[in-house]
Design a binder for this molecule. Sequence first.
Ligand code: PLP
Length: 394
Amino acid sequence: MHKTPQPGLATRCVHAGSPEQPAGPVVNPVCLTSTFRFRDADHGAALFAGTESGYIYTRMLNPTVKELEDCIAELEGGAFGLATGSGMAAIHTTIAALCSSGDHVVCSEAVYGPTLSLLSDIFSRLGIQSTAVDTTAVEKVAAALTPATRVLFVETPGNPTLCISDLAALARLCRERSITLVVDNTFMTPALQQPLELGADIVVHSLTKFLNGHADVVGGIIVVKDKSVYDRFRRVLNHLGGVLAPFEAFLVRRGIRTLHLRMQRHCENASRIAAFLETHPKVAWVRFPGLASHPQFELGRRQMQGPGGMISFELKGGIAAGRSLMNSTRLCALAVSLGGVETLIQHPASMTHAGVSREARLAAGITDGLVRLSVGIEDPADIITDLEQAMARD
Ligand SMILES: Cc1ncc(COP(=O)(O)O)c(C=O)c1O
């Protein structure tokens, strides 16, 4: 039988999740309503009973939010999406849906700081214990699993060290042990990495970053592969309440229309800037998945369709030189977050990862002097000129 070929990435970024209309607006209007009118009492009862499908209340589902959920589910190669009010809400909802008291989670040690804090400070109080490990070493992950382990949570490339974990190998391990593999795909987006295809069960994102791409929305999403998991997650999300609002969903869907173009430019710019940094006499080391000096360079080439837009590096003058650099850039804004069209520079040890103990930070390779760049889509020569003048001041 003839199989319809899957449309290419650019086509899906523009069209995925948008129901084709024979006539009417090309862009669907934002459905700004908190609640939906029922035809009559029987209709309302049928919607609540699930014997009829339709919209009830925006916390439960909204057409604009659903359009975004369908779009990202399609881009990730999943079946269903659940949009959340932030990336942290996506991670919270996922762990709450998968784990009960007595269960155990294994998590990458190089992850966004609050992900570790959520596990160690909040879920631990609910009886869900966790262990942070170097997920670039499959044998270390295997050694950390216990009979109570329900979830392996992996961020790759990891924030902010950009270490790369082998998703296919970790997925095999999880399958053997009936453990759910959850991957935070924020740094790559489905334009550069498809964790579900590599065997992961669930993908989470901070929409705040590359997917929206314009630094004007906070949001998150969970993508799952089957209906029974979706139904369970939807119920948990509905009761926890951390949903995305329709206007934010509209903005993110709009951002995704240029995702393929932006990611290509982020990769090109970051490659130029990483090469510049690597040869600069004041730079001690650079971590970037596109550099041959990256410890998992070959794995990255197999697993990812591009190196992404994130770079970590340290100056020879350590933390003092790093501070001077961050205080001296003009084009690169000193701010946390990432994935927007503008270049941002920040200091993980005192900012995004300040909540992680120094001992845990150093074990994960997050040195005191590490500076993180989120490379935007400006002219690369201008970013280089800015970094050059800032380094010259020290
Ligand atoms: C990789 C990663 N995951 C999750 C999050 C949390 O996302 P949010 O800030 O949207 O809650 C972040 C935030 O920086 C992140 O970098």
